[in-house]
Write a protein that binds this ligand. Structure first.
Ligand code: DHK
Length: 144
């Protein structure tokens, strides 16, 4: 049984499509999920979104035991969540941190992600298409 790639999304990403479209685009989260499943090919994925820090931590714990790789957009939690960082430190497989926008071109508060210290790779600035890029890259990482 192939362990799934966990694609995890943090706060406010449930509002994709109407949330600051000039920054995040008009693609909905459901459309992003479909893009991820297409990019994953035969590999199963668990695609989830939460506005709650504790839920994201618990899903990372689930991935530690049941997942092959983690693609995560922690959204606003990227910049201050030690609990999410600590959970990711326990994940044994590859982690790809994803941001729709290029956080380094954003306001100062968005420019330093805590998660990048534990990420295998970081993809940002590609818009919603970045998710498919991240999942495709994860598939290749897992095949090595
Ligand atoms: C998403 C968010 O919700 C913001 O809090 C981050 C990130 C940027 C993104 O670009 O996907 O600052």
């Amino acid at each position: 049984m192939t362990k799934p790639i966990y694609v995890l999304n943090g706060p406010n990403l449930n509002r994709l499509g109407t949330r600051e479209p000039e920054i995040y685009g008009k693609t909905t989260l459901a459309e992003v999920e479909a893009m991820c499943r297409k990019a994953a090919g035969a590999r199963p994925i668990e695609f989830r979104q939460t506005n709650a820090e504790h839920q994201l931590v618990e899903w990372i714990h689930e991935a530690i035991d049941a997942g092959s790789g983690v693609v995560i957009n922690p959204a606003g939690l990227s910049f201050r969540s030690i609990p999410v960082l600590d959970a990711l430190k326990m994940f044994p497989g590859p982690i790809i941190e994803l941001h729709i926008s290029n956080i380094h071109r954003r306001e100062e508060i968005y420019q330093h992600s805590l998660m990048s210290k534990v990420a295998t790779a970081v993809i940002m600035g590609l818009g919603p298409d970045g998710y498919a890029t991240a999942v495709s890259a994860m598939v290749r990482l897992l095949e090595k």
